[in-house]
Design a binder for this molecule. Structure first.
Ligand code: HEC
Length: 211
């Protein structure tokens, strides 16, 4: 080939420019997203994750929960997410600015968890009930027993121990990983409003389209 080096230089330039365009364009669009200040509530959203919840995010990632759970609500009119009670509005990029590794997920074998914290609060599910759920599992939801330590009961049982489930003379104590995971799950909330994600009513013509 006569112009070999030139050909490779051209190829490199074409790939390099499209790679840079992709990065620079995306960064310009999303890189500078700041929290939204809600004047009515005098608060900025999304809220910062408590430190322990940030650790829980790593446990969630480590255990591969995202292989069955998504954390992204589609907008009303695009699927049945709202009817299923997963969220009142669509998820947008700004919802994730404080998450180091957002666990968007790709498959929904279990329910979407983007708003799990709000759902749990409404249903009165606190940390003890959620820990028991993780220990026992439920239809299709695996049991995560390795997040608990079975200890021989000596004197008083631990204040953190699960109620029930342990054999006679033993207690089940959640490990710090279990506690961080539960703190993370209970902090998952997209129940605040963001201007770019206002609840959106599909136009009449679009209704009844692909659900
Ligand atoms: C094999 C698929 C699968 C994996 C892996 C999985 N889940 Fe689930 N999960 C499910 C299913 C299915 C349900 C619904 C079960 C039911 O109807 O009670 C569920 C339900 C839940 C719920 C209750 C949701 C609600 O709205 O009531 C929570 C919370 C949850 N999972 C958290 C987790 C966490 C945390 C992990 C990782 C440690 C995980 N799941 C891993 C399938 C899975």
């Amino acid at each position: 080939m006569k112009n070999g080096p030139l050909f490779f230089l051209g190829l490199f330039a074409a790939l390099g420019i499209s790679w840079a365009g992709l990065l620079i364009g995306t960064n310009a669009q999303l890189g500078g997203l700041a929290p939204h200040f809600d004047e009515n509530q005098d608060l900025a959203f999304p809220a910062q994750f408590p430190g322990v919840a940030e650790q829980g995010l790593r446990v969630y990632r480590d255990l591969g929960c995202a292989s069955c759970h998504t954390q992204q609500v589609r907008r009303p009119g695009f699927g049945t997410d709202q009817e299923r009670g997963w969220g009142e509005r669509q998820s947008v990029a700004r919802d994730y600015i404080y998450q180091s590794q957002p666990q968007l997920g790709a498959m929904r074998i279990g329910p979407d968890l983007a708003n799990y914290g709000s759902r749990a609060a409404e249903a009165g599910i606190g940390a003890p009930a959620l820990l028991a759920y993780l220990y026992n599992g439920h239809e299709g939801m695996p049991a995560y027993r390795m997040l608990f330590e079975q200890r021989k009961l000596v004197g008083e049982s631990s204040a953190k121990a699960l109620v029930g489930g342990a054999p006679e003379g033993y207690e089940l104590v959640p490990t710090p990983r279990a506690q961080a995971l539960v703190a993370y799950l209970l902090s998952l909330k997209q129940s605040y409003e963001l201007p770019e994600a206002m609840p959106y009513e599909p136009a009449e013509a679009a209704k009844g389209g692909s659900q």
